[in-house]
Design a protein around this ligand. Sequence first.
Ligand code: GDP
Length: 539
Amino acid sequence: TLLDEKQMGELCLEFGYDFKKEVQINEENFLDNINFQDSEKEMKKRPPIVTIMGHVDHGKTTLLDTIRKTNVVDTEAGRITQSIGAYQVEWKNNLITFFDTPGHEAFSKMRAVGADLTDIVILVVAADDGLKPQTEEAIDHALFAKVPIIVFVNKMDKPNPNIDRILTQLSEKGVVCEEWGGKTMVIKGSALNNKGVDELLEAVIVTSEIMELKANPNRVANGITIEASMDKGEGAVADILIQSGTLALNDYILIGEYYGKVKKMVDYNRKEIKQAPPSTPVRISGINGIPKSGDKWIVTTDDKLLKELSMKRQQSTKMKKLSNFGTSFSEDNNGVKQLNVLLKADTNGSLEAIKSLLQSVDVDGAKLNLVRGAIGNISESDIDLARTSKSLVISFNLKTSIKVSDYANSMGISIKNYTIIYQIKDEIERLLKGILDPTFEERELGTVEIREIWSHTDVGKIAGCRVLTGEIKRNSLARIKRNGQLIIENVKITSLKHGKDSISSAPAGKECGFTLDNFNDFIKGDIVQIYEIVEVTHE
Ligand code: GDP
């Protein structure tokens, strides 16, 4: 292609045209392609959506509890209610939405199904423990998702916290604190003793203001399913998050494959509400099935259409389960093709050796992007990241558990295991060459001269010709020249005949008749070049 999507968009912008990428919208993908045109002045500030991540026992749950107990909006603060997946707190007249399943598993599962909900990640690091494998994993996930991180150094009440070591470890992972000239806010405190939590909430608000998070509250709502289940009393219930618009009681909703009418809506305190603006988590009932986590939903005013779409979506999901996805590649900001790789190795030594060997791989026009390089067995969370980032999963000298490989299978991810480092390099090189755009070349086949024209009621005009050089082949392409001038090119030769017989080719010296795909304007004396387009493989 001459221009990529971004350049075309820019051109259109410059000339004032509307740029719309063409996709075949069908009942299966239309929820992904809905594009509301909200005018800038309708857009209103919305609360940030926050996920807390970090290593086990570093204090994520304690932090969530402390935030919830001290700042929850409702007067019945602290009342234990069954979770609806997320809750909201108020801080200095600002609402903040927190997912209440801490950890990157929930975050990456959502992202694996294409649901980007989290605006800000709070990374909890225990002062006495520093960065641990799950902290690093969380960083990889957040960085890949390009979600800003705020670091909360927890357990500052414990003796001998080593802040410098933590800041160093963070910066080695690409998370550089403000003091050191980076962008990341680092707040110190104690979740258990409610120290530093106010500063943390302040940091969330400051970050969200910089991000200018906005949504249009004055239209029909759409959003994402956090979780759904069957409730004995109420039937199918879905915990959902409103991304834009305002959801109201009695709205018709299409959610994943299902639909319904919002019969009842409660907030995170189980209080019945009639309306929910952007960034609000609510539980709804009235739907005719249990959608999946990450399923998109949308409100429509046409309930007949809703039923029809829901039926079709259920059918197509059944079909889709039969096929699978497969690894792919992406493009960096400069349009260079990149192969995303998630690499796990048995020891630090082999990890470093593989990494440096991979640095020496040099394929023009394509590059390797190491989404994650770590030691230890492949986990389900690795698979989620691989799915989201469309990565190839490579393991070195490791045994993958049956559970994980089953999970990988179900996600359409294949794990490649190696025991010889150089084989990894060869494989990566081979794959990098494979992802380059194929180059196409024209291959000349011959030339013919049109000597006679016949009309046929069924096939239109037939060109009677004599092959001058080379050959003419059915299904090859024609370029017609008249007195040296180009008339048309790239038209397919749809049929080729000698007398009454269909033939597949005719050599120089022979006479034959051919028809062209949707083109009849040839005349006697036209010279036609016959050629094929062939793919050239990269060496
Ligand atoms: P999670 O696994 O990250 O959710 O960690 P938890 O919130 O369950 O906390 C793990 C342990 O650390 C618990 O025993 C907490 O009481 C303790 N803890 C959490 N925050 C602090 C803190 O600020 N100071 C101290 N000393 N302990 C804390």
